[in-house]
Design a protein around this ligand. Structure first.
Ligand code: 5GP
Ligand code: MN
Length: 341
């Protein structure tokens, strides 16, 4: 936890004066970690007597809507007037779970030029230098895990009740793929043990996140695996590409493709899995790898994106087919890296 004495005392003072107008911002296509950390922090800051609002660029998927106070989140593209108003009023801003301003274009101005005091809490590599305080640690599983340590460092650990613990646990669980990756740190499990002691119902949380989908999503998953997955064993790579029309055929809703990118990783010897989805305004790519193949570098170099070593994303303004072709054309350049363990 890299929080200097100076920043600690500035924050301690700010949080100690009741009635601050606090804005919590997180990234586009919010995931369990972004939403869990935002809601957990909001609950704590409200207990301290502050006015708190969470603002995200676009809607959260149904499998995250059950979280405590999720209905208080303002979605920029649903409620733009309210969002613009909130952006003008916050005197303290927390930016959670993103390192790159391109993921939150709507909030550019407040983060780059606004007068507010800004705190970034994030676990992605190369955090952007836009905040007054940057709490960054790339060795933690999730922003929710980092937030837990931050709250303790600020002397607020006592305020982590069952609802806060539920939010943080959901963030850690989803960002670690239910503790299957990125979670080798003993500390992650110590923190989870503490959250269990706070009374969370971990089996119920699992159920609400992973067993809460529509029939359409299950059929779309079957279609992806049976008809859409392209396996390229010579590159130890598999990809799934979906057009708008295919998505419509399965009544696609935000969140329905959650986890699809991981599916090909179950093939023995695979190193690289990709999900390519045609959106209304661009083509979105999700990258996952096993081992040392750095998908964040590939995403940054070719798809205007970034992320973690083994989980990254990007986008393309070409058509779906052109995007697929340019992706496949890249693979020979990475052959050596993909064939090394
Ligand atoms: P997902 O594939 O689940 O959308 O994203 C996985 C990870 O990739 C995210 O945690 C985030 O770090 C990163 N990521 C996804 N999309 C983008 C993007 O468009 N730009 C950047 N810089 N990172 C992204
Ligand atoms: Mn995260």
């Amino acid at each position: 936890m890299n929080l200097s004495e100076l920043h600690f005392s500035q924050l301690d003072q700010l949080l100690g004066e009741r009635g601050q107008k606090i804005l919590i911002l997180s990234h586009r296509n919010p995931d369990g970690d972004a939403v869990g950390a935002s809601l957990g922090l909001q609950l704590i800051l409200k207990k301290l007597g502050h006015t708190v609002n969470i603002l995200i660029p676009n809607a959260l998927p149904k499998f995250l809507k059950w979280m405590p106070e999720a209905d208080t989140i303002t979605v920029y593209n649903h409620d733009t007037n309210k969002a613009e108003d909130l952006l003008k009023r916050g005197n303290l801003v927390f930016a959670l779970d993103f390192n790159d301003l391109s993921r939150i274009r709507e909030f550019d101005e407040i983060l780059k030029t606004g007068e507010s005091y800004k705190v970034l809490i994030d676990h992605h590599p190369n955090p952007g230098q836009f905040a007054d305080v940057t709490v960054s640690d790339t060795t933690v599983s999730s922003t929710s895990e980092l937030l837990y340590s931050f709250l303790h460092r600020m002397g607020l650990g006592e305020l982590i009740d069952k609802d806060v613990a539920t939010c943080l646990y959901a963030g850690i669980m989803t960002d670690t793929g239910c503790f299957s990756f990125n979670s080798s740190r003993p500390e992650t499990f110590h923190i989870v043990a503490d959250l269990l002691k706070a009374g969370i119902e971990k089996d119920r949380i699992f159920d609400l996140v992973y067993d809460n989908f529509s029939q359409d999503r299950m059929r779309l998953m079957g279609y992806c695996l049976n008809e859409k997955m392209v396996y390229l064993p010579r590159f130890r790579t598999a990809y799934i590409a979906l057009s708008q029309e295919e998505l419509r055929n399965f009544n696609f809703r935000v969140g329905d493709s959650e986890g699809f990118v991981n599916l090909p990783l179950s093939i023995a010897d695979i190193r690289f899995a990709v999900l390519i989805m045609e959106n209304k305004d661009c083509v979105k790519l999700s990258f996952r790898s096993k081992g040392s193949f750095p998908v964040n570098a590939l995403a940054a170099d070719h798809f205007n994106g970034g992320g973690h070593l083994n989980a990254a994303g990007g986008e393309s303004n070409k058509t779906l087919q052109e995007t697929i072709d340019s992706f496949v054309d890249l693979l020979p350049n990475y052959k050596d890296a993909l064939l090394t363990d």
